[in-house]
Design a protein around this ligand. Structure first.
Ligand SMILES: Nc1ncnc2c1ncn2[C@@H]1O[C@H](COP(=O)(O)OP(=O)(O)OP(=O)(O)O)[C@@H](O)[C@H]1O
Length: 346
């Protein structure tokens, strides 16, 4: 039986070209230019399998719309390519999550983004570098835990929700870290960076302390980050600080992958009215001022706060990860564009 003509009566190469052409016509600003010229399409039994250089459930659904009418039997699979760098052994890419101002939700975004990336199939780690207020142990439900070691030299990260995590909060009580300054704080941070026995990771998210001080400088001098994600609220005072953060990363040649506007709006449970508690359009303006994309506008949602406090990230709840899936996808796309590591551009 000639499987290549099974469904359409067309030759396999003709079918592949047709699928490729359809995918090339996909119009979505997050896909790097030329990406669909590079993908692999194979026949496996009765199916045609498209190997994508990234993973996202939303992507498969989105792409199916372009192809389903001609080939309903196409399957999309994730085929990661091997990276070749990062200053931390075993780690393919490092992304700093930063904000100029404190309290804008940087740690919340880091946590939920990490868990979403893990749910999508990536190998993810989180380094809590917020040395003055490490909140990851609480957000991952690991408060009160300390580090373990197998060889008395390196620390084993905790693994929760499929994310490997280390935090200065596992080493010392919260109040002690808060009084560290300058070289002492930097030394402690570098110890957590260098002496953690990270497993093989596709991406390590670094939750930075707010501001543009010593720690940020230490990080950028000692750890080669592939990119930075800037979290802000739409408020003017937060935006001014976010812009300082962007400028700092640009100065040290760390590409800013994009801006995340958190607490963008609040939808009233009762009447559905949308309230813009902190103003509107700030994230977009901040991003366009610096020629970087706005990757997400995440709503203010009381469940996000209560989940963070309870140690079970918001995205672990059923059907609560759509916005974070989109953010995870656009972040990986931006990272691909920067590093050319996950995909090769045409
Ligand atoms: N989208 C959101 N909706 C509701 N509450 C949120 C949202 N994002 C963050 N929060 C809450 O706001 C508070 C501050 O968030 P978080 O600790 O993540 O901020 P941060 O920028 O990391 O702060 P810090 O400067 O202390 O590091 C937390 O109580 C968190 O649960």
């Amino acid at each position: 039986m000639n499987l290549t003509k099974l469904f359409t009566g067309k030759d396999l190469s003709e079918q592949k070209n047709q699928i490729r052409d359809r995918l090339k016509s996909v119009n979505n600003k997050w896909f790097p230019k030329g990406i669909f010229g590079q993908i692999e399409i194979e026949q496996k039994g009765k199916r045609l399998v498209v190997s994508l250089p990234f993973e996202s459930a939303t992507v498969s659904t989105f792409l199916a719309e372009y192809v389903n009418d001609i080939y309903p039997h196409v399957e999309y699979v994730y085929k990661p390519t091997v990276g070749n760098h990062s200053s931390v052994s075993g780690v393919k890419s490092i992304v700093a999550v930063a904000s100029g101002k404190g309290g804008v939700g940087k740690s919340t975004v880091t946590t939920n983004l990490a868990v979403t990336l893990a749910k999508l199939g990536h190998k993810v780690g989180v380094l809590d570098a917020d040395i003055y207020g490490p909140s990851m142990p609480m957000m991952f439900g690991l408060e009160g835990e300390s580090v373990t070691t197998k060889d008395e030299k390196t620390m084993e990260p905790h693994v929760k929700f499929d994310v490997a995590l280390n935090s200065i909060g596992f080493l010392i009580p919260k109040d002690k870290a808060a009084i560290w300054r300058g070289p002492m704080a930097s030394r402690a941070l570098m110890q957590v960076v260098n002496e953690t026995n990270w497993p093989e990771l596709d991406i390590l998210l670094v939750d930075m302390p707010p501001g543009t001080g010593d720690i940020q400088l230490t990080m950028s001098e000692n750890v080669k980050c592939d990119g930075a994600l800037i979290v802000t609220t739409p408020q003017n005072v937060a935006l001014a600080d976010a812009e300082k953060g962007i400028e700092m990363f640009q100065k040290v040649a760390t590409p800013v992958l994009g801006v995340v506007e958190n607490m963008s709006q609040f939808v009233c449970d009762n009447c559905g009215h949308i309230h813009h508690l902190f103003g509107t359009g700030g994230g977009e303006k901040c991003a366009s001022n610096h020629n970087v994309p706005l990757l997400a506008e995440l709503p203010l949602n009381p469940l996000v706060r209560s989940s963070g406090d309870s140690g079970v990230p918001f995205v672990m709840s059923e059907n609560e990860d759509k916005e974070y899936q989109q953010l995870a996808f656009s972040l990986m796309m931006q990272l691909s564009k920067q590093t050319q590591q996950i995909i090769t551009l045409a």
